[in-house]
Design a protein around this ligand. Structure first.
Ligand SMILES: *[C@@H]1O[C@H](CO)[C@@H](O)[C@H](O)[C@H]1NC(C)=O
Ligand SMILES: *[C@@H]1O[C@H](CO)[C@@H](O)[C@H](O)[C@H]1NC(C)=O
Ligand SMILES: *[C@@H]1O[C@H](CO)[C@@H](O)[C@H](O)[C@H]1NC(C)=O
Length: 387
């Protein structure tokens, strides 16, 4: 009897959007929340359980007739119609690989706080001014301290203050050249967020987190909302969904590599981050400033990447090292960057990621970035900031 119900539930996953997790889109969900009538993946099921949802496994649990009937009557398609009536276009929906905070807040916002059935419930991120306290890592990387952050759409800036009563902001970030990326592992906090922005010709990194995951996701969403609003006004004829692309963008790659100095100096271990068309290398992963930043242009402008040391080859013993130990070379019009990965797998991933960027046509935003990184040269080139 119970087996028949279970088979009937399993059959439901073939229809009405039930074949993908209702919350993150992962294929073949093996769980269900009977409370709201959705089929979900195991990670999202954990969040549903956390909000007192009645969660059942399609594989391991027994199914009674009533629960089966609930799933039959509801399901992912109906739930989407009910709970996702007004999801803002700038809202970052989680995908199957998303960090836990994004997944958790999306599910809680959707089914518990009902943020997407009523636009009035979106004030904590869709606002002219957002103010609050966040834990920010000091520049010495020793400790986090609570800092007051203010996002102001009128000035298009995110600023923070060391002293709450002090009128002068410690730093001001222009939202047009700001990216925000969740990096929980790197920061060591589940809500760890890296905010990067341009300051005086180079990139500044801020590392922050909040005590509550809702707070950090609200900040993340507020940044996206402010950027989107500005684009919407600037380009009234553009498609709204298109304007919401790349409001923030996850790093394409991050990790340790060994980099040869410009004059065949020995290889040095550096933390590399590929942020859209910008390759940064830092002495330590949580540094405020990169040691250098390279703009990665299009292949037509002379950018390429290949396995092994530079083709000229005559760099002495170092090039030998690069060849033997997962070496690869990034060619730019001004300079070759010779790097070494720690494993074959890492090397392949880096080459693939760089190649993808090199193959992509430049956008208007890319050209602006190139101009910022290269104040005195033609765009499509790069500038190395030496510190
Ligand atoms: C299962 O439940 C439905 C509705 O809740 C009911 O109409 C049906 O008779 C039940 N079937 C069995 C076999 O109990
Ligand atoms: C936001 O910016 C406007 C325009 O510059 C300014 O008048 C206002 O005081 C700012 N608000 C905050 C809270 O900083
Ligand atoms: C900006 O950079 C220039 C040259 O690198 C330097 O002289 C100037 O002091 C910097 N300004 C600030 C505000 O850091």
């Amino acid at each position: 009897m119970a087996d028949r119900q279970k088979a009937a539930v399993a059959a439901l996953t073939q229809e009405n959007g039930n074949g993908e997790c209702a919350d993150c889109g992962m294929e073949n969900p093996e769980w269900a929340s009977v409370s709201v009538g959705v089929f979900v993946c195991h990670r999202c099921a954990g969040v549903h359980r956390g909000i007192q949802g009645r969660v059942k496994s399609l594989v391991y649990d027994n199914w009674d007739n009533d629960s089966m009937q609930v799933m039959k009557a509801l399901g992912n398609k109906k739930a989407k119609e009910k709970y996702e009536m007004c999801v803002p276009v700038y809202y970052k929906r989680p995908h199957s690989e998303s960090v836990d905070v994004l997944r958790r807040e999306w599910i809680e916002a959707k089914y518990e706080r009902l943020e997407f059935t009523d636009p009035d419930k979106q004030e904590s991120y869709n606002c002219q001014i957002k103010t609050g306290m966040l834990w920010k890592l000091g520049r010495d990387r020793k400790q986090f301290a609570l800092r007051k952050f203010v996002l102001n759409r009128s000035t298009n800036k995110l600023v923070y203050y060391v002293n709450e009563d002090n009128g002068k902001p410690k730093a001001e970030a222009d939202l047009d050249f700001l990216n925000a990326v969740f990096v929980p592992q790197k920061i060591g906090k589940s809500s760890g967020l890296q905010i990067t922005y341009f300051r005086n010709g180079s990139t500044r990194n801020l590392y922050v987190y909040a005590d509550e995951s809702k707070e950090i996701v609200d900040w993340f969403t507020a940044i996206r909302a402010a950027k989107w609003e500005r684009r919407r006004i600037a380009f009234p004829d553009r498609d709204l969904t298109q304007l919401a692309e790349d409001l923030t963008k996850d790093f394409l790659m991050e990790g340790w590599l060994y980099k040869m100095g410009p004059k065949s100096e020995p290889f040095r271990k550096r933390w590399f981050t590929l942020d859209r068309r910008k390759l940064m290398y830092l002495e330590e992963p949580l540094n405020a400033f990169a040691k250098g930043e390279v703009f990665i242009g299009h292949r037509d402008a002379g950018y390429s990447v290949n396995m092994g040391a530079a083709q000229e080859g005559d760099r002495g013993s170092n090039s030998q090292n690069a060849n033997c130990c997962f070496g690869f070379t990034l060619h730019t019009p001004d300079r070759d960057f010779i790097m070494r990965a720690e494993t074959q797998d890492d090397m392949e991933k880096w080459i693939l990621a760089l190649q993808k960027v090199i193959d992509l046509p430049l956008t208007t935003q890319d050209s602006k970035l190139a101009a910022l990184l290269v104040p005195k040269k033609a765009s499509n080139s790069f500038r190395l900031i030496k510190r």
